[in-house]
Design a protein around this ligand. Structure first.
Ligand SMILES: Nc1ncnc2c1ncn2[C@@H]1O[C@H](COP(=O)(O)OP(=O)(O)OP(=O)(O)O)[C@@H](O)[C@H]1O
Ligand SMILES: O=P(O)(O)OC[C@H]1O[C@](O)(CO)[C@@H](O)[C@@H]1O
Ligand SMILES: [Mg+2]
Length: 520
């Protein structure tokens, strides 16, 4: 008999966890946890930006949802989709001294990576992506490859490692010699000369922060870029950048396809904010969290040494507070973490001022970490300078750090007659500008090699990323359709609230949290 009993966790009555936790218990689960052996396999069409294709995908999705054991492969485009007669060749890795001994040297065409690995007995098998890695056949002769690499958007630790490893991966694994660097982002395609990239040229660049190729915002002109790709005889385009850059890459892929060019367009998602959907995390994120510890530590040392010390550390995170959340959790010296996803308020019961006063009375000091996108609505209401945009059309944020410092200073000096020692630290660009740490270097290497294998195998219009710790080829549209943000109803945020014991500020915001809870 199939039955299940559900208990409410004792944690339910504990505020930080009560938003996210409900345990289910199946007494005879071992026998019951069998899945259908013969799942229906559905290939989902590679996403395209055209409305017609969107409708086709929607129709497929709807039909897929009717069966419990549905298996959906969100496939990436292949050059043979629009160039059916393209010849293929044996992968030169077969003859590589290093790789030929690998037991399963090539990824089977049937290997996929599941988007959700925590599922229930009755739930559909869900969405899968193609596993990244070398294929038995390639669709380019190495001596005919002319690759190019471009970096766009803001900096992030590890960009140089990705550049280095694309160059070295193409050269060492596939014998590709002709690799061009496009300088200063998308506009470099049509306004700059290219530079030649060899393993020797890029040998040391992973030890430096920034991007060896330089970067820019704005300047994406699809036609001019593809004209240039055609004129220069480029047939593999590697594009490193954030959500905006990947949207640009999707347009380049569409234009290449329209013109029927044998050009593989491949993206490597980059953003220090870790706000790219689907992937586990973006490269450089761990390095950023680690470097943020130094600023938090400095703030802590400063405020511990004085009377009523209040430290504020501003960290990056436009719309997503991941760096602030992880840096806070890692440090344990932070008393309060403010992120864009969780609105806060200053005055009154349960507000920030009340909390600061309590902590000062209790400990004599406190440290606040604030993500740059937090509290923008308050700053905007007072500074009256909102609405400016950067060259890419991203909203320019108002500086919440100094605003918050002034507000706290004013409140305690004027109204509480309790002078405080404010120490404000803004390490944002220092964090972004460093080289990646050891584990990010390895992550960058795997991403770079994964993207090279994908392009050589003829995949195009794809991005590479780690999904549940396995590297996969993901349709570009899947990583750009929405930004990943911190979910206030997830356990990670609950862990943070539990560790800092800060106010959750939800009293003022029941409606928003109710909405979040209903989405889970
Ligand atoms: N919707 C879009 N379509 C085409 N190109 C775009 C689009 N959005 C941005 N771009 C281009 O992508 C490049 C980088 O965009 P942007 O400055 O927004 O950085 P990003 O890639 O999102 O990285 P970051 O995370 O640092 O913001 C710019 O050259 C911009 O012109
Ligand atoms: O000042 P810049 O270089 O335009 O970019 C700053 C922005 O870039 C990011 O680092 C994302 O790349 C954001 O966190 C930040 O708001
Ligand atoms: Mg962006």
């Amino acid at each position: 008999m199939d039955f299940s009993v559900s208990f409410s966790s004792p944690l339910k009555s504990y505020t930080p966890f009560s938003l996210s936790c409900q345990l289910s218990f199946h007494p005879n689960a071992p026998q019951l946890l069998r899945f259908s052996r013969n799942p229906g396999i559905f290939l989902r069409k590679p996403p395209s930006i055209s409305r017609q294709n969107n409708l086709a995908i929607k129709a497929l999705q709807t039909s897929n949802q009717t069966k419990n054991d549905d298996f959906v492969l969100e496939d990436v485009p292949h050059l043979t989709n629009f160039l059916p007669d393209l010849p293929s060749y044996p992968n030169p890795l077969q003859k590589s001294q290093a790789y030929s001994i690998v037991k399963t040297n090539f990824v089977s065409p049937e290997d996929v990576v599941a988007q959700n690995i925590v599922i229930q007995k009755e739930s559909p098998r869900g969405i899968h992506f193609r596993r990244a890695g070398p294929r038995e056949k390639v669709y380019f002769k190495p001596e005919e490859v002319r690759a190019c690499i471009v970096t766009c958007g803001g900096l992030c630790p590890g960009i140089n490692t990705v550049i280095r490893e694309i160059v070295c991966g193409l050269n060492n694994m596939y014998g590709v010699q002709d690799i061009l660097g496009i300088e200063e982002g998308y506009k470099g395609f049509y306004s700059k000369n290219t530079m030649s990239l060899t393993p020797k040229v890029v040998n040391d660049i992973h030890k430096r922060g920034g991007t060896f190729l330089r970067t820019s915002r704005g300047g994406h002109d699809t036609h001019k870029i593809v004209d240039n790709i055609e004129d220069r005889g480029i047939n593999q385009v590697y594009i490193i950048g954030g959500d905006g850059t990947q949207k640009g890459a999707a347009l380049i892929y569409e234009e290449v396809k329209k013109r029927g060019l044998q050009v593989a367009v491949a993206g490597i998602p980059k953003t220090i904010d870790n706000d790219i959907a689907v992937i586990d995390k973006s490269f450089g994120f761990d390095t950023a969290v680690e470097e943020a510890q130094r600023a938090i530590n400095a703030a802590h040392v400063e405020v511990e040494s004085v009377e009523n010390g209040v430290g504020i550390v501003k960290l990056m995170g436009r719309y997503s507070g991941f760096i602030a959340m992880y840096a806070t959790l890692a440090s344990r010296d932070v008393d309060c973490c403010l992120i864009p996803e969780s609105p806060f308020y200053l005055e009154g019961q349960g507000g920030l001022f009340e909390f600061i006063e309590e902590r000062l009375k209790e400990n004599g000091h406190l440290v606040i970490v604030v993500a740059e996108g937090a509290g923008q609505e308050y700053v905007a209401a007072e500074v009256h300078a909102a609405g400016k945009k950067d060259a890419s059309g991203n909203k320019l944020l108002l500086d919440v750090g100094p605003w918050l410092s002034d507000k706290i200073k004013d409140h305690f000096t004027k109204f509480q007659k309790m002078p405080i020692n404010m120490k404000y630290i803004d390490p944002t660009y220092m964090i972004r500008a460093i080289p990646s740490n050891a584990s990010d270097n390895i992550y960058c290497t795997l991403l770079a090699h994964g993207v090279v294998h994908g392009a050589m195998a003829g995949y195009t219009g794809f991005t590479v990323g780690s999904v549940n710790s396995k590297h996969a080829y993901i349709p570009i549209a899947r990583v750009t359709e929405r930004q990943k943000t911190v979910k206030l109803t997830d356990r990670m945020w609950a862990r943070l609230l539990a560790s800092t014991n800060q106010p959750s500020f939800v009293a003022s915001d029941h409606e928003r949290v109710d909405k979040e809870v209903s989405k889970v």
